[in-house]
Ligand binder design. Sequence first.
Ligand code: SF4
Length: 703
Amino acid sequence: MRQTTASTCCYCGVGCGVLIEHDGERVLDVTGDPSHPANHGKLCSKGSTLHLTGDLDARALYPELRLGKGLARARTSWDSALDHAANMFAKTIAEYGPDSVAFYISGQLLTEDYYAFNKLARALVGTNNIDSNSRLCMSSAVVGYKRSLGADAPPCSYEDIEQSDCVLIVGSNMAYAHPVLYRRLEEAKAKRPEMRIIVVDPRRTDTAELADQHLAILPGTDVALFHGILHLLLREGWIDRDFIEAHTDGFEDLKRLVRDYSPALVADLCGISVAELQDCARTIGSAPSFLSLWCMGVNQSTAGSAKNSALINLHLATGQIGKPGAGPFSLTGQPNAMGGRETGSLSNLLPGHREAGNAEHRAEVADYWGVPALPDTAGLSAIELFEAVRSCKIKALWIACTNPAQSMPDQERVHEALAGCPFVVVQEAFSTTETCHYADLLLPAASWGEKEGTVTNSERRVSHVRPAIAAPGEARPDWSITCDFARRLEKLIRPGEPSLFDFTNPAALFEEYKLLTQGRDLDLSGLSHVVLDRLGPQQWPFPAAARQGTPRLYEDGVFPTDNGRARFLAEQYQAPQEKREARFPLTLNTGRLRDHWHGMSRTGTAARLFGHVEEALLSMNGDDMRRRRLIDGQLVKVRSRRGELLLPVHKDDSLRPGQAFLPMHWGDRFLNGLGVNSLTLPAFDPISKQPELKHAGVEVEKV
Ligand code: SF4
């Protein structure tokens, strides 16, 4: 019988509601949920083809184990798989200590899955070696919000995009990466043509086509641009002195710093004209409301934290925060990167927006979990973690719902690390990912449409994700795999103690987790799966007494810092790690296409999604191609300091000379044994530890 189940799309951080049409066994169709506040019934090409991505040939269906590196994996039972994993982890911990194991998880897990993993790593194993692919995606935004505003909380709502008079979009091709939100912006602009849109992006993307002004800055020069804008805002008196005085600290230091960022200097650094810079500052300074949107172009940088803070500085200086149509609004890449940040799924965090490095926070969580203490040794972030695997400091690694062999920079080092790691567990829905190749134990996980829990989207809105059909084969929900493993492990390393993982469903995990947020900035204590069913998706904070969520933060000008005041950060512009030089004169940028998602484990199963772009192409400016005597479609070799790829070149004058672009989606399976990230570098921001995936020096030559 045909039925409909309301759930959410599993791709990007817009968090669109979907209606899944199914017969209890197969998903038959997917449409947008008109009642979901994120999308009001709209879906993009990815969301609307979710029902075409159910190819069982691509799925992991049964646990598979190998007992030696050179052997093939063989099907095994869940009991023997998890017993073996528990024995291997217990043995490693006993022999080498808790920091000899690690967990690398994903922004696509549900909140309940994340919570189970965090409790497993920190309370049971006693390590902070738990990091997530969100490190590659949002960790600079986390740092930006926390340093400037006091908490990792995007203060805006999607409605603010529609209400704003000036929208500044930086380092985000939202037409491809957040299409439904982009459509909301397009419609708002059509209704109110006086709304000004400025796009800052080295490429002239489809998003830039909507803009009144496109600033094609040189890659990585964002901090200089933001300081240059502030210099002009100050000079012209377009700042809100009352707001600065009443609600902020640190303005005098920043004023001194930006005095040196003259229009001529900034124009030169950014590769734009003084007039363009002045236009931009005038538009921002004279707008009744000013909103900024940003994504990976800002975050994936060795200066990602400074870029975030310099952008937030503009909002604090103009008082453009906490009011309709205004505020610094980071767009979250993955569907539940926000949930990961909330549950503490970066190595430096703890549940409820707490810090692993804060003794008081550790004591609060340890007390709540009923364990003597949480580990105080700093955990490893993604790049550090795989380096520790490579140097054999980490000897047992559990990877869930992510494909680091494709997505991490300097891919060959990561492959080396995985190949040499004594015990690798991969908990994954798709058996086709590059990382599965390295699994000693492959655990089949349920996927979209098959599992239940919650997700938080970019505007802090928590949705109830519901299952429509049973998972295929013996695949199980992630929370259930994690808790089952944890119960077996605790019998070995904590014998005789009551179980910490006595959960029988994801609602029970949420109930335990939400009380860890009580009284914190993200208070979720008034929410539950039942409340979400009754009220629909809600924005946090939603404390116990609340009747509805909170659309906008900081309306009272009080920030969650020690003294209630926001902070200006005064940091100099730093150039990206790899300078242009004769051997590698081009700057390689990587990014998304419209119809694919991450490493294509799901979108790669739907033929229709190759209609927009069929294959991986290297995009280059026509002048650079002429200089190298290259013609459109020709096979070329692109080389960086770390690796090389063979692929066709494509003339694309949306790029300035000196730049090249590669889509991020193609991994080993699609590029003759090498993926895009064999070119990128593992340098990372010193604070956020987010790698610089968007700026590698390369050269391109004829094959
Ligand atoms: Fe899914 Fe994002 Fe598209 Fe919405 S915009 S349908 S969440 S991919």
